[in-house]
Structures are given as structure tokens and as C-alpha cells.
Design a protein. Sequence first.
Length: 148
Amino acid sequence: MRLLLQRVSRAEVRVEGRAVGAIGTGLVALVGVGPDDTEALAAGLADKTVHLRIFRDDAGLTNRSLLDVAGELLAVSQFTLFGDTRRGRRPSFIGAAPPALGAELYERFAAAVEARGVKVARGVFGAEMEIELVNDGPMTIWLDSAAG
């Protein structure tokens, strides 16, 4: 699995012009699933996500986690995180999981974050979506299950 996390002051995801998920302070998680990913990897990345110390404390240092700041998470499926651009000018997405596995593990990740006490808003798996966000910092972190 691959996650692109963005610390935000607010974010919203829309499908066909209609808001389907919105959060205040927290993280937007773009979630990509690979063909060999498992529920255990989804749970491990959920745990890492909620405990990452990337929010500012009173001294302005990044010492607080999503849990510490009572932040929220907006999870958006993003198979294009597995885009391969090494050859040619058009990305290949054959490294992404098939849709059924992608949908299952995307939902497992979101549910695992919720189980850890974080409010989770979601996009719509497989839909064309628009995401509007205010990146706070900016703070953007790449998590990859292969990197632990």
C-alpha cells in the first residue's frame, strides 16, 4: 500500500459536484493499493498514520499525532499512486491492485483508522472526484508499506 498524507486545516471531496466527505483539521490520505497488499498492511499503515507526530505542539514543534490533536482523516482512493513512468510518456497502472482488492483494502484502511478513534470521511471508490484542501505547512508525507 502507498499513502500520500497531507496535513490540512480543512478538506472536502466532491463527486459530480456534490460533497461526499469533508473534514476540519487533520489529514487527507490518498490511498493506493498494490496487488500483493493485505489487511495486515492496511492495519499497520492505519496505526502509523494515527500516531505520526506531524502536528505542531505549543512550541511549534511537530510532536503531536492525529490522535493528540483530535484530528480527522479524509480517505480518498488513488490507484494512480502506482503509476509507472519509467518508460514512455503515458503512465502505466498495471502495478495497482485489481478494483475488488483495491476497494476492500481501501475500506479496511479507513475502518482501521476509525477503530483507533479518528473520525474518517471518505471519497467514493472508483469515482471521478474533486478534492479541495488547505495544506497546512505544507506538510506532505509519503508512506509505503514496503518502507515500513
